[in-house]
Design a protein around this ligand. Structure first.
Ligand SMILES: [Zn+2]
Length: 167
């Protein structure tokens, strides 16, 4: 990756150096350390109700687009821990089960997004103020209709539903 040609800390031009089993890795001779690719990690969730016949879509930050619940993974957190925390914080319900769906790298924010299909314990959500403007449950066919077109959220949703034979 281009941003790794120079050290992000001191600006020295990086060289390639042998790093054990990893092979040749970018290295800063000034800082005396290897420079592995740095990127953000996030989780995104297709949230089902307990009966698995409805999916929750949300709107955030003053936009009218219907999207999936999502959030960044904190340092030291696993994706599974992050999804349980985000669901609890953003919509005020609890995840009772989760299955990995797919991952997509989003260039614009340098973020690797892991998507999970999650079942929550209640349809009675409580939105976190200032973060989620609006949320609602949709039937499975309606989610495909109403989710933001040409979005990562739509790709994740469509993939999850196709794998399960729901669309
Ligand atoms: Zn350096």
């Amino acid at each position: 990756m281009d941003e790794l040609n120079y050290c992000s800390v001191c600006g020295t031009k990086l060289i390639k150096k042998e790093c054990g089993d990893e092979g040749m890795v970018d290295y800063c001779t000034h800082c005396d350390c290897f420079k592995f690719p740095i990127f953000n990690s996030a989780v995104s969730m297709v949230v089902f109700n307990k009966d698995k016949d409805k999916i929750l879509l949300i709107q955030q930050y003053g936009k009218k687009d219907n999207i999936l619940v999502a959030g960044y993974i904190n340092r030291g957190e696993t994706p599974q821990e992050a999804l349980r925390r985000e669901i609890n914080e953003e919509i005020g319900v609890n995840a009772v089960s989760w299955n990995y769906n797919d991952s997509i790298y989003f260039e614009k924010s340098n973020t690797l997004i892991h998507n999970f299909v999650v079942v929550v314990d209640s349809e009675d959500f409580k939105l976190k103020q200032n973060e989620v403007d609006y949320a609602d449950w949709y039937s499975v066919p309606d989610t495909v209709k109403y989710i933001k077109p040409n979005s990562l959220a739509k790709r994740f949703l469509t993939n999850a539903l196709q794998i399960r034979g729901l669309i």
